[in-house]
Structure formats: structure tokens, C-alpha cells
Ligand binder design. Structure first.
Ligand SMILES: [Zn+2]
Length: 493
């Protein structure tokens, strides 16, 4: 498909045509800190990233998708104070840090699977890349970008003149308005590259380094791991909106200071899922997980559909009613897709050009910085368009769903079990969701035979009594042409 893709680049604050520097396209996404369940606000970000990846693939690009697993070093505050989130999680649950990391990594990957998010090509873990992080800090030290305090090695942001550029920071005001405990930091924006283990306290995760026992800062891990697996500059770097001011600003500063090259070309950020007028954050206590959604009887794909109701750069207000409506919308869309499409009998029966043509408005919306609400509206109108043949609709839905990831052509409605039988002078068709047991079949045959006899005797009230009796048992009897009585078992009346 020969189509230009435009993406909003946070770095330039504008939509730019996407022209990758590498094949495959390198796409690095900040991953989870595995100390707790992911909240559904986090998952919204991974869904937007998945749509981006699926779109790139649909446009014919190859993609190398890397998502890190933060299993060490993420402090509870951006100010480089506070506990390490992993050690805190372990303390909370009475487990080792390694058990915590292992457990929540598995839960996260299950969330990803449930949401039909394509697996990343690489899931590097921070604890497997300590050597690369130490090497990067050493380079920064050699180039004069670091200083040492009582609790760690810090990046000196005054040595990197472009520091404020990415997030449009007003450093002077930040300094003046800072209420956080600076410790020995020289500037409020300076950040830890390596933290020393606290004196007299044994950490579960700590490593030897040229500066003594300790652990890496959070920001350095993304720089070290993205550079370990992707050629510089990265084509695409994604994350949540909350990463712009600190995490990504710091990633850029330390990576560009260390290598002397631009770090990433296109920066994409997903907006928050909003709950009760605040962003959905774990630090505020209660938060919703995908398990809470499943426990409410709502499918994870309904949540995926819900995310499509807003542009990824717009805040999305969460409500259970909204989520349920999205689930109903998805069910309706699937029903429409299954009834309006027909799988072509021979492959290639529908030409690629005709599919391109009917999908043009869909891809136009997607290539305009992934406008999902508009793209989804086109899917509805395409399915309802009487001018498009059912086979062409099928081929188009296959292509569209490769981006949407909603399983639109998968018929997951319960399949009916149908059996025909002729016994005691009656011909019956039994329709049920599971095969009925023999005793029930005997009972139905016996009652149907009595009903047939009553009708032969023109005793219609008696025949109707039997019909009602069957209905009371959850069975609906109906006469089909040709003297066959259909019994639908499991009717809720
Ligand atoms: Zn990151």
C-alpha cells in the first residue's frame, strides 16, 4: 500500500510525515515496572502502541518492537528519593523481589495476550542489562556529565544545554518553585544514574560497580537497553504522557550526551484514562486492573474497543457504563461483520485493488495520526454499504481487523447442537447448546408423542397444556413444515 503516514511528534509538537531511518523500523516502548498489577490506564497506552505497530505492518513496514521490563531501580518519586518500587512491592507481599518481578511480569504478559496486543519482538529485563548501564554511566563520567553525591552518581543537567527543549521546561521557575528535598543534588532537574545501597541496609537487588555496591537509576535502563537492541537514532519511541517531563527528557539527555548522536526521531505519547477527575495512578490508592474488568463480566476486547472511542492524544473518561456500551458496540459490530460478509470461495477472488479502494477512507483516518474514532466509523459504514459485495467486505474486514485487533471475523457465539430423531411415531429436531442427556431426550419424546396424539384427537387444549409444560422446563416446541417438531432446549422464558 502506497500511503503516507503522518504522526504527531511530541519533539516538534506537530504532525510529521513518518519516514523511517531503519528497516525494520525500530520501535521502543517504555514497559511496565513489575511491582504490582498494571492499571487499565497503563494498558490504554499499550493498546495505542499496538495499533501503531499493526498500522506500520499493514502499510508494509517491518517492525522491531522492544518493550523493557523494569524489575529494578524505579523509585517511588521522580525526585530520586523514596523507596525502590520493587523492594517496596516485595516488602508489601512478603516475597522476594525476584518473586515479585516474576509474578507481575507473567500477569502483565497475560494482560497483553487478553487484549490481543501483538507480542513484542524483545522484552529485555533491566536486571539482565546492569553491565550495559554501568558502561553508559562510565562513558558519561568520562565525558564530564556526572558528579557524585552521598547517595549516588548524578547526571549534571546544566552540562546538557538542550535539556529543557523536549518538554519545554522552564528551568528557572522549576528551581525557584521546587519544594522537593534536593539532597546533595546541584540542580532540581539533575537525576540519579546510579544509586548507592543505603549504609547498613542489605538490599535484595544490588550490584558491584566502579562506584560501590548499588543499583541503577530508572531512566538509564531505557537508554542502555534501547541502544543495546536498536540502531541509533530510534525510529519511534513511545510511552505515556506522564513520561515527557522527566523520564523521556532524562533518556534523551543521557543518551545524547553519551553517544553524541540524536536519540530518537519520532516521539509518541498516549494520553491518560481519566477516573474521577484525576489520572488513573497507582499512587492514589485503588486502581482498576484488567482482572477487575473481567470480574465484572466484560471482555478485555470490550476495553480495547472502549479505547477506540477517543483519539490516543485525548484524555478518555472512564466509566463502567461507557465500558459496557463499548462491549455492546463490539458485539453489534461483530454481528454485522458476520452477517454482511462472505468468505470468498477462491483465494484472490477479490482483487487487492478493490479492497484498497473500499478501505481508502479507513486507512486515510489511520494515517492521519491514528484517528481511531473516524476509522471505526468507516468500518461501520463499509459493512452497511449495499454497493459493496459480501466477498469484498470479507476481504476488507480481514485487512481492517489486522489493525483493529478486535477479532471481527471470529465467530465466538456459542454453537448450537442439532440432532434429528424419529421415535414413538414423532419426528423431532432437538436444538441445544450442549448435547442433551438421554433421560431428558426420553422425557421430550414421551411428551411430544402425547402432544401429537392429543392433536390427532383434536384435543387442542390438552396439546397446548403439554406445550406449556415443556416451556416450564425451558423447552420451546414449534412445528416445522413436513411434520417435524423442533424443540429448543434451554429457553429462558
Ligand atoms: Zn523508558
Amino acid at each position: 500500500m502506497n500511503r503516507k503516514l503522518f504522526l504527531y511528534n511530541t519533539a516538534s509538537r506537530s504532525k510529521e510525515e513518518f519516514v523511517p531511518a531503519h528497516d525494520p523500523v525500530s520501535m521502543y516502548c517504555c514497559g511496565p515496572t513489575v511491582y504490582n498489577y498494571a492499571h487499565i490506564g497503563n494498558l490504554r497506552t499499550y493498546i495505542f502502541e499496538d495499533v501503531l505497530k499493526r498500522l506500520l505492518l499493514a502499510l508494509g513496514y517491518r517492525v522491531k518492537h522492544v518493550v523493557n521490563i523494569t524489575d529494578v531501580g524505579h523509585l517511588t518519586s521522580d525526585a530520586d528519593s523514596g523507596e525502590d518500587k520493587m523492594e517496596k512491592g516485595a516488602h508489601r507481599e512478603g516475597k522476594t523481589v525476584w518473586q515479585i518481578a516474576d509474578y507481575y511480569t507473567k500477569v502483565f504478559k497475560q494482560n497483553i495476550k487478553d487484549l490481543n496486543i501483538l507480542d513484542a519482538d524483545l522484552w529485555p529485563k533491566a536486571t539482565d542489562h546492569i553491565a550495559q548501564m554501568i558502561a553508559m554511566v562510565k562513558t558519561l563520567e568520562k565525558k564530564g556529565f556526572t558528579y557524585k553525591t552521598g547517595d549516588g552518581i548524578y547526571f549534571d543537567t546544566t552540562k546538557f544545554p538542550r535539556y529543557a527543549e523536549f518538554a519545554r521546561l522552564d528551568i528557572e521557575n522549576l528551581q525557584a518553585g521546587s519544594r522537593v528535598d534536593m539532597g546533595d543534588k546541584r540542580s532540581v532537574t539533575d537525576f540519579a544514574l546510579w544509586k548507592f545501597s543505603p549504609k547498613g541496609k542489605q538490599r535484595q537487588m544490588e550490584w558491584d560497580s566502579p562506584w560501590g555496591k548499588g543499583f541503577p537509576g530508572w531512566h538509564i535502563e531505557c537508554s542502555a537497553m534501547s541502544l543495546a537492541y536498536c540502531p541509533q537514532p530510534l525510529d519511534i519511541h513511545c510511552g505515556g504522557m506522564d513520561h515527557v517531563r522527566v523520564h523521556h527528557t532524562n533518556e534523551i539527555a543521557q543518551s545524547e550526551a553519551a553517544t553524541g548522536n540524536p536519540f530518537a526521531r519520532y516521539w509518541l505519547h498516549g494520553e491518560f484514562l481519566v477516573l474521577d477527575k484525576g489520572k488513573m495512578a497507582k499512587s492514589s490508592g485503588d486502581f482498576l486492573t484488567l482482572d477487575s474488568v473481567k470480574e465484572a463480566g466484560i471482555s478485555p476486547l470490550a476495553f480495547r474497543m472502549f479505547c477506540y472511542s477517543a483519539h490516543y492524544r485525548s484524555p478518555l473518561m472512564f466509566s463502567w457504563d461507557g465500558l459496557k456500551a463499548a462491549g455492546q458496540g463490539l458485539a453489534n459490530l461483530k454481528k454485522l461483520a458476520l452477517s454482511e460478509t462472505k468468505r470468498p470461495l477462491t483465494p484472490g477472488a477479490v482483487s487487492a485493488e478493490s479492497v484498497d479502494a473500499v478501505l481508502a477512507p479507513f486507512f486515510e483516518a489511520l494515517c492521519d495520526d491514528m484517528n481511531m474514532p473516524v476509522a471505526c466509523a468507516h468500518v461501520w459504514s463499509l459493512l452497511k454499504d449495499p454497493a459493496v459485495a459480501a466477498e469484498a467486505k470479507y476481504a476488507a474486514m480481514e485487512r481492517a481487523d489486522a489493525v483493529l485487533g478486535l477479532g471481527l471475523l471470529t465467530d465466538d457465539r456459542p454453537q448450537e447442537h442439532v440432532s434429528d430423531l424419529e421415535r414413538s411415531g414423532v419426528r423431532l429436531r432437538l436444538v441445544s447448546l450442549t448435547a442433551p442427556d438421554d433421560a431428558l431426550v426420553d422425557k421430550i419424546v414421551e411428551m411430544a408423542a402425547r402432544r401429537t396424539q392429543a392433536r390427532a384427537n383434536k384435543d387442542f387444549p390438552a396439546a397446548d397444556e403439554i406445550r406449556k409444560e415443556l416451556l416450564g422446563m425451558g423447552i420451546e416446541i414449534k412445528d416445522l413444515p413436513g411434520g417435524v417438531a423442533e424443540c429448543r432446549i434451554g429457553i429462558h422464558s
